[in-house]
Design a protein. Structure first.
Length: 194
């Protein structure tokens, strides 16, 4: 398969493009033949929309030395080339920050969808990374995008400790809640085959 590789750091471009674009020559031919096609639109896409990103966590100590703690991530991912939003969520008990950017979690697509998506999140610097593939089924092309961003999370923390703790009671709790974030997430790379 022949590929055309192009740097998309175009001076004066009105829309920010991925830093690396790899496109099969057959994909370019499809897009050139029909500028309004799914393939052409996908080639012009440079970002997703992150919708209602939610991180929250709870730490419950039943004794000073025993805790039951969990972190949660939930959001929707909108790609203008798809007629639905991918639903993405993860739960982690990996102390202390729960998410370290080392594990990819799969997003959920509707039954019968030919697209796939996954993400990882690092609570340390609030970086969200996305991988997504989608087809233009009627035209025989398929796209693979990677990207992400550091999220501007605005979080609050509440702590409570039982002053008269006795065995069998809750010793302390800590709850982290962040405001939901909706923002564009830029592609860093885009590849296409046909």
């Amino acid at each position: 398969m022949q590929f055309l590789v192009a740097s998309a750091l175009l001076a004066g471009a009105a829309v920010a493009m991925p830093t690396h674009v790899q496109v099969a020559s057959a994909v370019k031919a499809i897009a050139d033949a029909n500028p309004d096609s799914c393939t052409a639109q996908s080639l012009r896409t440079s970002e997703w929309t992150l919708k209602d990103f939610d991180f929250h966590a709870s730490y419950t100590f039943t004794t000073p030395a025993h805790q039951n703690s969990w972190g949660y991530v939930n959001f929707e991912l909108a790609n203008k080339n798809l007629d639905y939003n991918a639903k993405c969520s993860a739960t982690s008990g990996w102390l202390d920050s729960f998410f370290y950017g080392l594990i990819n979690y799969n997003c959920t697509q509707p039954d019968g969808s030919l697209s796939q998506g996954s993400f990882n999140f690092s609570r340390g610097d609030n970086t969200l990374n996305i991988n997504q593939t989608w087809p233009c089924k009627e035209e025989g092309s398929r796209f693979y995008a990677q990207g992400g961003a550091k999220l501007p999370l605005d979080c609050t923390e509440e702590k409570w400790q039982n002053p008269d703790w006795q065995l069998g009671q809750i010793y302390s709790t800590r709850v982290i809640t962040c405001k939901n974030v909706t923002m564009p997430l830029p592609f860093t790379s885009l590849a296409a085959i046909a």
